[in-house]
Design a protein around this ligand. Structure first.
Ligand code: ZN
Length: 457
């Protein structure tokens, strides 16, 4: 078995993966803020996180996977100002914050299922871990890392010497000279641990705390919940690259300041999806959801296949042409597997399996692994396909031996009669008739076999 190599954002290089405890891996991935439908750019990150988990399991690791659900505290501005995204949407839709949060959480989980993303072991919600967050803030307070301003309790980043370890260069947002958004914040990168409820209006979600009524800042939930479920130090923390400058940087600062220990050993980040040359995002106005792709006749798994074709650390350029190519590739795989179900069993292809694993071991090189797959395609056994699918996640196991309707079988027999009589014209006409009914014929040395040419689910 090859050694798994992963790119670690913390060290800015590829490293041999060494978990802390034998084959056990603690893995935390930042989950969604549940106030809107996930778009396919968000979902690219979750497919990457799924590929990471599948790769770990492929190499024999026993993964505990935690993904949080942010249902409070994520504000419309990263500067700890603005409105709570969930409460704002609740107001707009005239619903309770909890109704909004649960609705979009369910929708998110439906998208994960459609994309055949393996569910984490736990989806802890921020609102159900308020005490853990308060405890962590108190620990930071005792150690002198916090200060209070009229707006809330803040983390003093100057006191944490290693602040910004994930940065290769200082993020642009902190390069502007002395711009401090929140009044009375001591330093620009200081961030809210606990925000006080506004005096002039009533929040739907607020809790009492040693500092007064309020709600947790966005970053603290991930530290509190990851440490609760995985311990003070764990193996892998993942998310989108947009989390590097602020969210993950702050998670490291508050966790390590509180425990005095390293928080996560490996930090892994998936790159953006781009459409029309821009990152896909709400403010860019180019959002697409899985449901919209389905309305256009694509399967969510076409999108998954499309994502597999680009390395997770590279930007992925979305186009409908590329999605169509993914759909054709899946149709070819589907038809081929239907054929394999009807042909004598092939031997497993060792060379393929070695090459596939070898490619994958190099920082989850899925485009490389797909190239290996297509190179060996015609020689693969049914078992090889199912084996590779533990990574690809295209539900190849669900492609069964086809069961053509009686009328199609009858047409096939008629075609055979004409072929015996060497009446090629009539035989061909029947073939066309069969094809119009979305069934395809392959004339093998053992006789013709039928398979469905209908679209995949
Ligand atoms: Zn997080």
């Amino acid at each position: 078995m090859q050694e798994l190599i992963l790119y670690n954002t913390l060290t800015h290089k590829k490293e041999k993966f060494r978990p802390r405890k034998g084959k056990k891996v603690g893995y935390y991935a930042c989950g969604p803020t549940v106030y809107q439908y996930a778009h396919i750019g968000n979902l690219r990150t979750y497919i990457f996180e799924d590929l990471l988990k599948r790769t770990l399991e492929f190499f024999g690791y026993n993964v505990t996977h935690i993904m949080n659900i942010t249902d409070v505290g994520h504000l419309t501005s990263d500067e700890d100002t603005g409105e709570d995204k969930v409460e704002k949407e609740a107001e707009r839709q005239k619903k309770s914050a909890q109704e909004i949060a649960r609705f979009y959480e369910d929708e998110f989980k439906k998208d994960l299922k459609k994309l055949n993303i393996l569910f984490p072991d736990t989806f802890p919600r921020a609102t159900e871990h308020i005490q853990e967050q308060i405890d962590l803030i108190q620990k930071l307070e005792e150690k002198g890392f916090t200060y209070k301003i009229p707006d809330g309790i803040y983390f003093a980043t100057k006191k944490f010497k290693a602040y910004g370890a994930l940065w290769k260069t200082r993020p642009q947002k902190f390069q502007k000279s002395g711009r401090i958004q929140t009044k009375e914040k001591r330093n620009e990168q200081d961030f809210a641990l606990w925000k006080f409820s506004p005096k002039d209006s009533k929040r739907q979600m607020e809790w009492s705390s040693p500092w007064g009524m309020g709600f947790p800042g966005w970053h603290i939930e991930c530290s509190a919940m990851s440490m609760k479920y995985l311990g003070e130090t764990f193996d892998i923390h993942a998310g989108g690259i947009d989390h590097i400058p602020v969210h993950h940087t702050n998670e490291i600062a508050q966790s390590e300041a509180a425990t005095g220990k390293q928080f996560a050993h490996y930090w892994m980040h998936g790159n953006f999806l781009q459409a029309d040359g821009k990152r896909m995002g709400k403010s860019e106005g180019n959002l697409l959801t899985i449901e919209e792709l389905q309305k256009k006749g694509f399967s969510p798994l076409d999108y998954r296949y499309f994502v597999l074709g680009t390395h997770y650390r590279s930007p992925l350029l979305f186009s409908f042409e590329a999605l169509e190519a993914a759909r054709s590739a899946r149709a070819r795989i589907n038809q081929h597997i239907q054929k394999l179900h009807q042909l004598p069993k092939k031997n497993d292809n060792r060379g393929f399996r070695n090459a596939f694993g070898h490619t994958l071991a190099d920082d989850i090189d899925t485009p490389g692994a797909l190239a290996v797959f297509w190179k060996h395609f015609e020689t693969l056994s049914l078992a090889d396909f199912i084996w590779a699918d533990t990574i690809l996640g295209l539900r190849l196991k669900s492609i069964k031996k086809p069961n053509p309707p009686r009328e199609i079988k009858k047409l096939l027999r008629e075609r055979e009669e004409y072929r015996k009589k060497t009446d090629w014209q009539k035989a061909d006409a029947i073939r066309k008739e069969i094809e119009q009914k979305k069934w395809l014929i392959d004339d093998t040395p053992r006789g013709p076999i039928l398979f469905s040419g209908a679209g995949l689910p």
